[in-house]
Design a binder for this molecule. Structure first.
Ligand code: NAD
Length: 336
């Protein structure tokens, strides 16, 4: 079994395993799962030294929190448990203090604990930045004072609002997803310089680009244009020819980032926990990585719109609507 590596999560001082357990699949976000296998995956992760667990009321519309709470019974103190608030369904968002105060108590009950180590505003791009800074974050700080949460952070997809919040508020962590992996590295252009400057803990989610970078490929709801999926399929075949898998290469690529403390990968199966833990400390085949990145280049750094229009990243495309010509334009706009 590979030896787990631990890093410090910015100014929180928490020592987190470099692989974090993303619990959205426990809520059935990638299709229904066998709950007993989910439980075994959580046990296996803890046995392998994974100490960071990420969940949210949104995942499976509370199912992921309920399952994780059940699986962690008696093990809570061994791990760093993180959850979120403000997003409750695909279009149900509430950034008010009142809802936040209720939401934490509901999450703690489902998670069978009386505190979370990190509490985050879920998908901050769906909120008005003025409300987030003026109401939601001060309410998060109040929860910190009450001892219900140890640290506070924000999460989201577009990098522009995350950057704004990091610059304006004294938060502990920031989480972004699908913005640093084989398909997209724009996190480094927009967010990484700010977290360095302010000592904010950096959490990178979706190193497999929400399953695009696996042999199984993207789920139906994936927002990226189909050209991204086609290129990923070619890269998966290339990896096979080198007796590797695209998931391995993608994990090696993401884990090599120096500023990221924890990379969150979604898991609900023991074999995925084993495969991902086995990557820790390994180096990618340099020639394979270079060839894969060259193949990805024409569709690299394509980002899609999420959230309120005022929070869009420059050059973000409407989900799944655009053809290759527009994607190429986008790549030119956002790549380094
Ligand atoms: P991901 O890129 O981690 O992909 C997860 C998918 O890949 C799942 O279907 C999983 O079964 C599969 N998988 C995992 N390991 C594999 C392996 N070795 N081989 C083949 N397939 C494998 O995407 P994700 O789950 O969306 O992101 C990771 C976690 O980050 C989430 O579970 C969630 O906890 C967190 N997250 C947070 C936010 C947010 O806060 N806004 C957004 C996205 C993700």
């Amino acid at each position: 079994m590979a030896q787990m590596i631990y890093k410090t999560l910015g100014k929180t001082g928490l020592k987190v395993s470099v692989i974090g357990f993303g619990a959205s699949p426990l809520g059935g976000e990638f299709g229904s799962i066998d709950p007993e296998e989910g439980r075994r995956a959580v046990d296996r992760a803890i046995d392998c030294g994974i100490n960071y667990f990420d969940v949210a009321p949104y995942y499976g519309r509370t199912l992921a929190e309920t399952r994780l709470g059940e699986y962690l019974e008696g093990k809570r103190e061994k791990i760093i448990l993180t959850s979120k608030a403000c997003r409750y369904d695909i279009t149900d968002f509430d950034f008010s203090k009142k809802r936040l105060m209720q939401s934490i108590d509901e999450s703690l009950k489902r998670l069978r604990t009386d505190y979370v180590d990190l509490y985050q505003i879920h998908d901050v791009e769906y909120g008005r930045i003025n409300q987030v800074l003026g109401e939601t974050i001060p309410a998060m700080f109040k929860l910190k004072k009450q001892g219900k949460v140890r640290f506070v952070g924000v999460t989201g997809y577009p990098l522009t609002p995350l950057r704004k919040v990091c610059l304006a508020a004294d938060i502990d962590t920031v989480l972004t997803y699908c913005r640093y992996n084989l398909m997209d590295t724009t996190m480094d252009d927009i967010l990484t310089p700010v977290i360095r400057q302010k000592g904010i803990g950096l959490i990178n989610a979706s190193p497999l680009h929400m399953r695009v970078l696996t042999d199984k490929g993207a789920p139906k709801w994936h927002p990226a244009p189909k050209q991204v999926f086609e290129v990923a399929r070619e890269v998966a075949l290339l990896c096979r020819r080198h007796e590797a898998t695209i998931a391995e290469l993608a994990m090696q690529f993401a884990l090599a980032h120096e500023d990221v403390a924890v990379t969150l990968v979604g898991m609900s199966k023991v074999r995925h926990v084993d495969a991902n833990v086995a990557i820790v400390g390994s180096e990618p085949n340099a020639a394979l990585l270079a060839e894969a990145l060259e193949m990805i280049e024409p569709v690299a750094n394509i980002c899609w719109k999420e959230g309120l229009p005022e929070n869009d990243d420059p050059g973000a495309i409407d989900k799944r609507t655009l053809g290759m010509e527009r994607s190429e334009e986008m790549t030119k706009e956002t790549s380094k």
